[in-house]
Structure formats: structure tokens, C-alpha cells
Design a protein around this ligand. Structure first.
Ligand code: SAH
Ligand code: SF4
Ligand code: F3S
Length: 436
């Protein structure tokens, strides 16, 4: 039996998809690339903005008609759109066999069997107190050097624009014992770098109570023999403690890079977003990080055109770009999400204004990104080799500790090793170098 799986959205969804494939492999399914030859098609969806949400309907438009030619085919939708819509998705698309929510990953193999046997559609989207799929250990793709390890699920922050708390449920942490065991097993199979994953990793251990906190978890992971690099994502600035900032100066394997979503530079906008910090407080956290680790690289997420955002508010976001000088910025037009507080706010910003602000922001950030990369020309970087480069025979691709991508030429057999690379040239979003 063949399963074809398509994934949208964040790393959480990518990890859930890996877990699904792992569970389905145990149930006799082999992953395939061709939807027309699949026995099971799964679309793992994202609803964080309107655009990714629309993708599920175009995907269903492509795949549901295949059922006419393949009577046994089961089509399923999972992830955040599934969680939000539930059985309503099947009212809109009557041929859709299975809808499963973000807490139902572990139940998918049995649900597929039931749907196949009964030919009755099913929708399973209840939130559960404990989430068994948190402890499903995803199989790593062959040759993987770096892996993501989920440490928690859900979010309790309810930023006013964001759908995630509604589709992922409450924050829930995995036990440190399970996390440490998974990482030890990964390292013994050749993984060199792990990224601890959660919507809000700084609040690791808050629920259920009785666990160690995030900084202590980092300390224990850092001590695992054979692990070369440690990263984490995502941190909420309001919960970034002085102890966490200090850890960047103390833990040997913790890489000098942090993704710290700012969202907006204006205090008035931040307040309406419910972010729980001011721009000045954010900058103080950045300063603490830089005191602990002067070479730390920063990346962020920004939203333009939040309800009520005036040109002067937007200028504050532009000011923060100059003050922080991020390496990478993921920027989005505000997209109203049904049921969130911000969707009901007055002062929705017209799309042309959002578009124009986004363009200005991205144009300026491209210059800053390029300047940051140029500043590395001539430096020597330790690169973890992640695989063959997309282009060029004998070329490798890897990352610096600061998470910048480097392409360089080298002999066979470098996969997974840490090599010194002299940076020769900065491109728009990556670096070129040569073995030093
Ligand atoms: N938990 C993470 C990621 C949340 S989703 C965090 O808090 O950083 C990833 C990004 O999508 C957010 O950081 C935000 O910039 C963006 N985003 C979320 N909701 C959005 C919306 N309604 N419109 C536009 N962008 C949004
Ligand atoms: Fe969404 Fe805010 Fe939670 Fe991030 S912290 S997932 S932006 S509610
Ligand atoms: Fe999207 Fe769900 Fe992630 S809404 S961003 S896939 S948590």
C-alpha cells in the first residue's frame, strides 16, 4: 500500500507528517511520490493565514477526483485546517473520507482502516488532555545530519491575531526523560545537531507541573556526549529569561542564533496584539543576548498592516530593523483569522497599503541581510555539512553556527562532519566558501 502525503505550514506540521509516515509504515504503508498511484492521500494543513488555508481546497480539487478511477482510495485532511473546520470540511467536500485534528495523529492508522472497511466518512478533532503523538519518535530520512525534536505542543498566549492556540490546543510539555532518550538515540544513529521544537519553548515544563524548566532541559541536552550542535525554536520574547540569555554564553553546544519573533515595532500595535512586551523591553532582551554571546545571529517574524497600524507605527517596525539588524526576517501581511480578537477590531488596513508596507520592509531587510552576509567575507566558519549542494558536482552545503547557509567544494565523504570553511563570497541569502 502506498501513501502520498503533502504538508503545509510550520515545522510542527513537518514533524507531525514524519510521525504519520512512521506510524503508517508500521501499518504497512510505503511513502510514494505519485498521488495517482496512492491508496491513501493525506493533506497536512496550515491555517495561520488565508493563503495557506486556501491550499487545502485546491489540493482537494486535485485529489478527490482520483477517487473515481481508484475506488479504494482514501483521502484525508489533517492538521490545523482540519482541526478548525472538523466535519464542516466534509459538508463542503462530501467525498472527503477522513478529517483528523492535531491531537489525533496517533489514531490515523486505525481511522484509515475503519474508513476503508465501513466506507463511512469520519472526523476526529477532539482535544485531549494528554497527546500520545508527542512521544511518537519520527523516523529520520536517510543521511539526515540535523533533526527536530518536539518538546511541547500547543500555545496559551492567544496573541490577538493568531489561530494557533485554537487549532493546537493548550500548552503541553513532553517529559524530559522522553526528550533526552530520543536525542541520545538520534546521536547514536549519527545525528549531529538537534533543534528543540515547540510553539513557545520558553514555557517548557509549565504544564503538566513537576518537570524541569527550559534552561535546565537545555543544560541536560547540551551534556549529551556526541551531540555537536543544539538549537531551539520558537521563543516568545516576553518569556525569554535572563537565565536563558546567559545560557548562550555558558552552554558549549548551544549555537549562537535565536529566532525571536518581534511582530511589530510600535508599542501601541504590540499592545493590541497582546504580545506582553514593549519595543524597549524587546531591545533589552536582544542586548542581554548580545552581552552573553556578542556574535549571536538573530531572525524574526513581522506582521504588517495589523488593524489600526498607521504609517508612524509601521515606521517603528522599520526603525527596529535598523536597531537589531536581523539576518533573516519572515514578514507577512496581516490576515484576519476567523474567531480571533483582532479580526473584529476596527481599522482594518486595506490590502494595497499592506502590500506596499511589506514591499518596503522586505526591500530594506534584503539590504541588511546582504550587508550582514558581506561582513562575513574573509572569516573562517565551522560548517556542519548537511548534504550535497543543489547545484554543482562535488559541492556541499552546510550551516555556520549562526545558521547561515554555506556552499563549498570538497571531497566525497564529508556528510555529517564539522569542517573549517573560509568565506569567499556573500550571495543574497547564502555564502560561498572554500575548505580552509
Ligand atoms: N509560535 C510561534 C509561531 C507562530 S505562527 C511564535 O509565536 O513565534 C508564525 C508566524 O506567523 C507568527 O510569528 C506571525 O508572524 C505570523 N502570523 C500568525 N498569525 C498571523 C496572521 N493572522 N496574519 C499574518 N501573520 C500571522
Ligand atoms: Fe500564535 Fe502568539 Fe502563540 Fe506564537 S505565541 S503561536 S503568535 S498565539
Ligand atoms: Fe500553520 Fe498550524 Fe503551524 S496553523 S503555522 S501549521 S501550528
Amino acid at each position: 500500500m502506498k501513501v502520498y502525503l503533502e504538508t503545509y505550514g510550520c515545522q510542527m506540521n513537518v514533524s507531525d507528517s514524519q510521525k504519520l509516515l512512521t506510524l503508517l509504515a508500521a501499518a504497512g504503508y510505503e511513502a510514494g511520490e505519485d498521488p495517482a498511484r496512492a491508496d491513501l492521500i493525506i493533506i497536512n494543513t496550515c491555517s495561520v493565514r488565508d493563503k495557506p488555508e486556501q491550499k487545502v481546497f485546491s489540493a482537494l480539487g486535485r485529489y478527490l477526483p482520483l477517487k473515481k478511477r481508484r475506488p479504494g482510495l482514501v483521502v484525508a485532511v489533517g492538521g490545523c485546517v482540519a482541526q478548525q473546520w472538523g466535519a464542516a470540511l466534509q459538508r463542503r467536500c462530501p467525498d472527503l473520507d477522513l478529517v483528523f485534528g492535531t491531537h489525533a495523529i496517533d489514531r490515523v492508522p486505525a481511522l484509515v482502516v475503519a474508513v476503508r472497511e465501513t466506507r463511512q466518512p469520519a472526523a476526529v478533532t477532539d482535544f485531549r488532555e494528554e497527546i500520545p503523538s508527542l512521544d511518537v519518535v519520527p523516523a529520520q530520512p536517510p543521511g539526515a545530519v540535523a533533526a527536530f525534536v518536539t518538546i511541547m505542543q500547543g500555545c496559551d498566549n492567544y496573541c490577538s491575531y493568531c489561530i494557533v492556540p485554537y487549532v493546537r490546543g493548550r500548552e503541553y510539555s513532553r517529559t524530559s526523560a522522553a526528550i533526552l532518550a530520543e536525542i541520545r538515540a538520534l546521536v547514536s544513529r549519527g545525528i549531529k545537531e538537534v533543534t528543540l521544537l515547540g510553539q513557545n519553548v520558553n514555557s517548557y515544563g509549565r504544564r503538566p507541573a513537576g518537570e524541569i524548566g527550559f534552561v535546565e532541559l537545555l543544560r541536560r541536552v547540551d551534556g549529551i556526549a556526541g551531540l555537536a550542535r543544539l538549537r531551539f525554536t520558537t521563543s516568545h520574547p516576553k518569556d525569554l529569561s535572563p537565565a536563558l540569555a546567559a545560557a548562550f554564553g555558558e552552554l558549549e553546544h548551544l549555537c549562537p542564533h535565536i529566532h525571536l519573533p518581534l511582530q511589530a515595532g510600535s508599542d501601541a500595535v504590540l499592545r493590541r496584539m497582546g504580545r506582553g512586551y514593549t519595543a524597549a523591553e524587546y531591545l533589552e532582551k536582544v542586548a542581554a543576548l548580545r552581552r552573553a554571546r556578542p556574535d549571536i545571529a538573530l531572525s524574526t517574524d513581522l506582521i504588517v498592516g495589523f488593524p489600526g497600524e498607521k504609517e508612524a507605527d509601521f515606521q517603528r517596525t522599520m526603525d527596529l530593523l535598523e536597531e537589531v539588524r536581523y539576518d533573516t526576517v519572515y514578514s507577512f501581511k496581516y490576515s484576519p483569522r476567523p474567531g480571533t480578537r483582532a479580526a473584529a477590531l476596527a481599522g482594518q488596513v486595506p490590502d494595497e497599503v499592506k502590500k506596499e508596507r511589506l514591499r518596503r520592509l522586505q526591500q530594506r531587510q534584503d539590504e541588511i541581510t546582504a550587508a550582514n552576509l558581506r561582513a562575513l567575507e574573509g572569516s573562517r566558519q565551522e560548517v556542519l555539512v548537511e548534504g550535497p549542494a543543489k547545484k554543482g558536482a562535488g559541492r556541499w552545503v552546510g550551516r555556520t553556527p549562526g545558521n547561515r547557509i554555506v556552499n563549498f567544494s570538497g571531497p566525497a565523504g564529508l556528510l555529517g562532519s564539522l569542517v573549517p570553511v573560509k568565506i569567499t563570497r556573500a550571495l543574497r541569502h547564502s555564502l560561498q566558501g572554500e575548505l580552509d
